[in-house]
Design a binder for this molecule. Structure first.
Ligand code: ZN
Ligand code: ZN
Length: 671
C-alpha cells in the first residue's frame, strides 16, 4: 500500500486534526446513543479531507459493491468486531486524519494494533523473529538439546523433572546470550519461544549462580563511587568556568606536566591525588580573588559573591569526596601491603620459618553420584561437609615442603573453637624439628581467625613449640589465595569421582578426594610439586570452656590490626609478649611494634554446648560503599600509614582483583 500523502501545512494539520477529533467523538457518541451506524459513518466520512475520503472509499470499494454499506461498516467497527478490510480502512483513515495511534484508539474507543498501524502508514510489517509457533516437536527438542549440551558443563547436581531425576548441566552463558549468538536457534525459535521452550522442555539446563567473593569495597568503589566522582568533577569544573573561563588553567598545566613524568594516578583525575590538589587549588584561587578589590562596575559585587558561593559549594562537595577517597586509598594500600608481604614470604621462605595459611571452604553437600543411583538420592536427606584448608610451607633437611591439608568434617561450626582444635592437630602432622623457630600464620579477617580465642591458641603454640609466632591477616575480602586454589581442586576431585561413584558421607568424600589428590600429585609429584593430604577431622567434644586473650588488660583491638607477633617471654613466669605491628611489612622494624600490654588468659563458659550446624552468611550487595568501616580503620591505623598513595588502578591491585574475580567464578557452586 502506498504511504498516505503527507500534509505540509502545519496549520492545516492542526485544524483538520481537531476537526477530526471532535467529529469522531461526536460520531461515536451519536452511534452509541441512537444505534445510527449510517449517520456515524457519514460523519466520519464527513471529516475526512477529499484526499483521504477518496483513499478510504477506494479501500472500501475495493471489496464488494462499495458505497454506503461499507461506510456503515466503518461505523460498526466503532463498537463491534470489524472485518479485516474495514479494520484496514479505518486504520488508514486514522493514520491520515488523527496521525497518532494512541490518540486514535482513545478517540475511537477501540484499538488499532501496532502491526496494523504500521501497515496502514506504509511502514511495512514488523519483522517477526524466529517462528514462535514451533515450540515443541521432536526435532526442535533434539536440535536445541544438542546445542545446549555443547554449551554446558557437567555438574553433580540433580533435580527432579516430571517425577524423574535428571542431572543438571550448567550453561556456560546466559540463555539469552546462547540464543543471540546462534543463527540456527534464532531460526528455530523466537526469543520468547526460546525461553518458554527451555523452561518447559530443557529445564535441567541451568545457569548456576556464581557466589561472588569479590571485595565489596573495591567493587563499590568502581561501580558506585567512581561514576559519581566523575560527574561531580565535571560539574564543579563547568560551574567555575561559567564564572571565569580560564579558572582551571594553572592546575591543568601542573597536572599535565605531572602526567608527562608518569607521576599521576592511573585513574587520572578520578583519584585522591587530583581531588586533593583541586581542593587546595580552589582554596588558593578563592584567597587570591578575595584579596583583589571589587572592580568599580555595576553588578561586580553581586557577581563576585555568586562566584564565591559556587566555589565554596564545589569545594564542600569535593571535600566530601576527598574523605571517601582517603578511606578507600587506605584500603587499597592495605591490600597491597599485606599481599606483597605474603607473596614475598612464599617466594623467599627462610629455613627456620614455617608458613601456614588457613581458611574455611564453603560447605559441600552430599550425596553426590552418578545418574544410576537416582532413587537413592531422593531417599536420603542432603548433608553438608565442612572443609578447613591448610597450606603449610617449610624446609626440612634441605628440602622445601609445600603441603596442603583438607580437613573434612560433619561438624559445621566455622568458628574459632573448630579452627583451634584443627590447628593443633595440623601441627602434629607436620614434620617439624627444633630448627623451626618462627611460625607465620596467615588468615583472612573472618571472625573465626581474627579472634581473641584463635590468638590465645597461638600464644599456647608459642609457649610449647615456636618461640616466635606471627599472626598475619590478609585484608578484609582479599584473603586466602592459596586456600582457594586447593578448594577449587577439591571441588573438581569430588565432581570427577561422583561421575561413577556415590559419595554419601564424609568417609566416601575422603576416598573421592584422595583419588583426586593422587591424580593431581602424579602430574607434579612432591617434593617438587605440592602434596595433598585428606584428613577426616573429628574433634573432641566441644570444650565447655573458651580460653581467650583477655583484651581488657591490653590496648589491643584485634579488628584493627593485620599483624601481631607473639614472643615467648624470657622469664617463664610471664606468658608471652605480644606486639602489634598493624601491618606485616612493619614487623621487620622492632621499633614499629607496640607491646599490647599484659598478656592474660580469660576462661569463659562456652556459649554453645556442642558442635552445631551453621550456615555461611551472604551479604547484601545493594548497599552503598560502607565508608564508616573504612573511616574507623583509617583512624585507628593512621600512624602506620605509608607516605605514598596507593591507587585503585595500581597494576598490583588490579591484578589481585582480577585473580579474585576469576577465582570467584571458578568457585561457582556446582556442588
Ligand atoms: Zn578491596
Ligand atoms: Zn574465612
Amino acid at each position: 500500500m502506498p504511504p498516505i500523502s503527507k500534509i505540509p501545512n502545519p496549520r492545516y494539520v492542526i485544524e483538520r486534526r481537531s476537526r477530526a477529533r471532535s467529529a469522531v467523538t461526536a460520531a461515536l457518541e451519536g452511534y452509541r446513543a441512537e444505534s445510527d451506524s449510517l449517520g456515524a459513518a457519514t460523519v466520519i466520512i464527513g471529516v475526512l479531507g477529499p484526499e483521504e475520503k477518496n483513499h478510504l472509499l477506494r479501500l472500501l470499494t475495493d471489496e464488494g459493491d462499495g458505497g454506503v454499506r461499507q461506510q456503515a461498516d466503518v461505523a460498526l467497527h466503532l463498537a463491534k468486531d470489524p472485518t479485516p478490510s474495514v479494520k484496514k480502512a479505518v486504520a488508514s483513515a486514522c493514520v491520515a486524519v488523527v496521525r497518532f495511534r494512541a490518540k486514535s484508539n482513545q478517540l475511537l474507543g477501540t484499538s488499532i494494533g501496532p502491526r496494523l498501524w504500521r501497515t496502514a502508514s506504509g511502514q511495512g510489517r514488523l519483522k517477526k523473529l524466529g517462528r514462535p509457533s514451533v515450540v515443541n516437536n521432536r526435532k526442535v527438542c533434539q536440535t536445541v538439546r544438542d546445542y545446549l549440551l555443547q554449551h554446558s558443563s557437567y555438574t553433580a547436581k540433580r533435580i527432579k523433572v516430571a517425577g524423574k531425576i535428571v542431572q543438571v548441566r550448567n550453561l556456560k552463558r546466559s540463555r539469552r546470550a546462547l540464543w543471540t549468538s546462534s543463527a540456527q536457534m534464532q531460526k528455530l525459535l523466537c526469543l520468547r519461544a526460546w525461553y518458554t521452550h527451555l523452561g518447559k522442555h530443557q529445564s535441567h539446563f541451568k545457569k548456576l549462580k556464581c557466589r561472588s567473593d569479590v571485595c565489596t569495597f573495591c567493587h563499590k568503589y568502581d561501580k558506585v563511587f567512581l561514576p559519581s566522582l566523575r560527574t561531580l568533577l565535571s560539574q564543579s569544573e563547568s560551574k567555575m568556568i561559567a564564572h571565569q573561563p580560564d579558572y582551571w588553567k594553572a592546575i591543568q598545566v601542573y597536572w599535565n606536566s605531572l602526567k608527562l613524568q608518569g607521576k599521576t594516578d592511573p585513574d587520572d583525575q578520578c583519584s585522591l591525588q587530583y581531588v586533593r590538589a583541586a581542593i587546595k587549588y580552589m582554596r588558593r584561587m578563592l584567597a587570591a580573588r578575595a584579596a583583589l578589590p571589587v572592580p568599580d562596575v555595576a553588578g561586580a559585587l553581586g557577581a563576585r559573591l555568586d562566584f564565591h558561593k559556587d566555589e565554596a559549594d564545589a569545594m564542600a562537595a569535593l571535600a566530601k569526596a576527598n574523605v571517601i577517597l582517603e578511606c578507600c586509598e587506605h584500603h587499597f594500600s592495605g591490600v597491597k601491603r599485606q599481599h606483597g608481604f605474603r607473596e614475598d614470604k612464599v617466594d623467599n621462605l627462610e629455613h627456620h620459618c614455617v608458613d601456614i595459611q588457613l581458611d574455611f571452604m564453603e560447605n559441600m553437600t552430599t550425596p553426590l553420584g552418578p545418574e544410576e543411583a537416582q532413587d537413592w538420592f531422593w531417599a536420603t536427606a542432603r548433608q553438608s561437609i565442612t572443609t578447613l584448608g591448610f597450606y603449610a610451607h617449610y624446609w626440612l633437611n634441605g628440602v622445601e615442603h609445600r603441603q596442603y591439608f583438607h580437613f573434612i568434617s560433619d561438624i559445621l561450626n566455622h568458628d574459632s573453637a573448630f579452627a583451634v582444635q584443627a590447628f593443633g592437630d595440623l601441627l602434629l602432622r607436620l614434620g617439624l624439628s627444633d630448627q623451626h623457630t618462627v611460625l607465620h600464620v596467615f588468615a583472612d579477617c573472618g571472625p573465626h581467625f581474627r579472634s581473641y580465642e584463635f590468638l590465645w591458641c597461638l600464644v599456647e603454640v608459642c609457649k610449647s613449640k615456636f618461640p616466635t609466632v606471627f599472626l598475619h591477616f590478609l585484608l578484609e575480602h582479599h584473603g586466602k589465595g592459596r586456600n582457594d586454589g586447593q578448594f577449587g581442586l577439591q571441588r573438581r576431585w569430588a565432581v570427577d569421582y561422583a561421575r561413577d561413584h556415590v559419595i554419601s558421607d564424609v568417609s566416601d568424600m575422603k576416598g573421592a578426594l584422595e583419588a583426586g589428590a593422587m591424580m593431581t600429585m602424579s602430574l607434579d609429584p612432591p617434593p617438587a610439586g605440592p602434596s595433598y593430604h585428606i584428613v577426616v577431622f573429628t574433634p573432641a567434644a566441644k570444650p565447655k570452656f573458651v580460653d581467650k586473650l583477655d583484651n581488657s588488660k591490653t590496648d589491643l583491638q584485634i579488628e584493627y590490626t593485620y599483624c601481631l607477633r607473639i614472643q615467648r617471654h624470657p622469664v617463664p613466669m610471664y606468658v608471652a609478649v605480644i606486639k602489634d605491628f598493624v601491618y606485616s611489612d612493619r614487623s621487620t622494624d622492632e621499633q614499629k611494634g607496640v607491646s599490647i600490654g599484659n598478656v592474660v588468659m580469660k576462661r569463659q563458659p562456652a556459649k554453645e554446648e556442642s558442635w552445631r550446624v551453621s550456615y555461611r552468611k551472604t551479604e547484601p550487595e545493594k548497599d552503598n560503599l560502607n565508608v564508616g568501616v573504612l573511616q574507623r580503620r583509617l583512624d585507628h591505623q593512621k600512624h602506620a600509614k605509608l607516605a605514598n598513595l596507593a591507587a585503585r588502578a595500581d597494576p598490583e591491585i588490579v591484578k589481585l582483583a582480577r585473580d579474585q574475580r576469576r577465582e570467584a567464578k571458578r568457585k561457582a557452586k556446582y556442588l
